[in-house]
Design a protein around this ligand. Sequence first.
Ligand SMILES: Nc1nc2c(c(=O)[nH]1)N[C@H]1C(S)=C(S)[C@@H](COP(=O)(O)O)O[C@H]1N2
Ligand SMILES: [Mo]
Length: 182
Amino acid sequence: MEISGLNQRRVVTGALVISVLATSVGHAADQAERQMALCPPSNSLLVLRLSALGPNRQATCDIAALQALPQRELVTSLPTGLGPPGAHRWQGVSLRLLAQRMGATPGHDLRLAALNDYAVTVPWSDLERYDPIVAHQRNGVPLSVREKGPLMLVYPFDAHPTLDTQQYLNRSIWHIQAITFK
Ligand SMILES: Nc1nc2c(c(=O)[nH]1)N[C@H]1C(S)=C(S)[C@@H](COP(=O)(O)O)O[C@H]1N2
Ligand SMILES: [Mo]
């Protein structure tokens, strides 16, 4: 697949980090197991690190690991400026699925942070209503950093007119490096 291409392009200099900050200290071992299973070991330069507070609740994901998870596709246009005009096919991992595999349960709000320190809170209700995806491809092509990749949160704007607000434009975070829940 395109991993070698991604590596060649060196789209990311540092590791991307997804932090899983669960307030519950119970079932830490279960969580660690889930998270390690979520992202198997990788030698890829382009990685997405899943980490939690605590030594055992960490995992490192590369794009291949994300692609090994169930994929979800959205065909939608995005608000002006967020992406190229017109409808495109976005492929990625359902944020809801990712949250569940991280051990989050309904009611948790998710915090997504970007490489540029921009961060948003995504309420669980968004996951149920809109099922946004952490997209890594557009029309089958990996998202470059220039195109707001390698990971960007994509809401199904076309299917839900209620998303056409400044709030959801703001929530459309790109350059995602960390996902936290509490
Ligand atoms: N990583 C990241 N994502 C972000 C932002 C940002 O600064 N960094 N800005 C948000 C805001 S405020 C808006 S309106 C939209 C569109 O930003 P753009 O017009 O600069 O592309 O992206 C959102 N996602
Ligand atoms: Mo904005």
